[in-house]
Design a protein around this ligand. Structure first.
Ligand SMILES: *[C@@H]1O[C@H](CO)[C@@H](O)[C@H](O)[C@H]1NC(C)=O
Ligand SMILES: *[C@@H]1O[C@H](CO)[C@@H](O)[C@H](O)[C@H]1NC(C)=O
Ligand SMILES: *[C@@H]1O[C@H](CO)[C@@H](O)[C@H](O)[C@H]1NC(C)=O
Ligand SMILES: *[C@@H]1O[C@H](CO)[C@@H](O)[C@H](O)[C@H]1NC(C)=O
Ligand SMILES: *[C@@H]1O[C@H](CO)[C@@H](O)[C@H](O)[C@H]1NC(C)=O
Length: 230
């Protein structure tokens, strides 16, 4: 019995506990995963930019076990063909690498764990997916990458903002309607309950006084009588 009790916490003997066990496993794996190398292109993994402008393709790496001769590469996915824009090997954390540039409008602007690049004078052909790839020999050649998407446009549209406002007001309106509906529903229920309460009072008083089987007329009389007394 004692064993089983102690067991429940981790092994999920009771219903609902398996969820906890799964959560624990997920968390453990998650923590384990962050030990490894991680490439990141930031919270917003895309950018909309006008043709002719110069854009920053952001990427950073992080590794809890540290790096040694980290190989990284920026590549552009041209219809499935991966074109290398630049690559390099970073000997150790914080060392500024000598970057081998392949793309003609590419400039490396990284520092420390930042391996971002600039793409100068973009054209519509530059539209697409850019992969920031990394491999840390400390991890036996495991590949890591993050994808940043560049949308090249004629001009930055204001439509997006209007659309956002429309969506926001639509959602707001829906919530407002819902709240109004709930209020109305509650009010109706409240009124109904009050009415029922009154009816019950009538019935109680009628049955209490009359105690007759055909109390319909009696209850009516009582109902009329009560307000007069009050
Ligand atoms: C953008 O592209 C259009 C069409 O190719 C071209 O006419 C225009 O000059 C370009 N704009 C810039 C700022 O380069
Ligand atoms: C890329 O793909 C598009 C359609 O998916 C196709 O029209 C185009 O010819 C392709 N370009 C190359 C260079 O393969
Ligand atoms: C970008 O365009 C400007 C103006 O056309 C030019 O002066 C500059 O050299 C270009 N930069 C690169 C890296 O191509
Ligand atoms: C990486 O470096 C670029 C250029 O210096 C900078 O604009 C960008 O904010 C940096 N990114 C991070 C996450 O520090
Ligand atoms: C890692 O990527 C390289 C190409 O850069 C590929 O040859 C290799 O098979 C990949 N390794 C794994 C484990 O996916």
């Amino acid at each position: 019995m004692e064993f089983e009790r102690r067991g429940t916490l981790y092994w999920g003997v009771h219903s609902g506990e398996p969820v906890l066990a799964m959560l624990l496993i997920t968390l453990t794996l998650g923590v384990w995963d962050t030990q490894a190398l991680e490439m990141s292109v930031g919270k917003v993994p895309f950018l909309e930019a006008v043709n002719g402008s110069t854009v920053l393709l952001p990427c950073t790496y992080a590794s809890c076990i540290g790096i040694k001769d980290l190989y990284f590469r920026w590549q552009y996915n041209d219809n499935g063909t991966m074109n290398t824009l630049c690559d390099s090997i970073i000997p150790e954390d914080g060392a500024n690498p000598h970057v081998n540039i392949v793309g003609e409008r590419v400039e490396f602007v990284g520092k420390n764990n930042n391996i971002s690049i600039l793409l100068w004078n973009i054209t519509f052909e530059d539209d697409g997916e850019y992969t920031c790839f990394g491999r840390n020999p400390k991890e036996k050649g495991k590949n890591h990458s993050a994808i940043f998407t560049l949308y090249v446009v004629d001009e930055l549209k204001v439509v997006d903002k209007t659309l956002t406002i429309i969506i926001a007001s639509a959602v707001g309106g829906a919530i407002g309607l819902f709240v109004a509906f709930m209020l109305l529903k509650n009010l109706t229920l409240f009124v109904l309950a009050k009415l029922e309460e009154k009816n019950k009072e009538c019935l109680v008083s009628s049955s209490g006084i009359g105690n007759t089987e055909n109390g319909l007329s009696g209850s009516k009389a009582d109902c009329k009588a009560t307000p007069k007394k009050a």
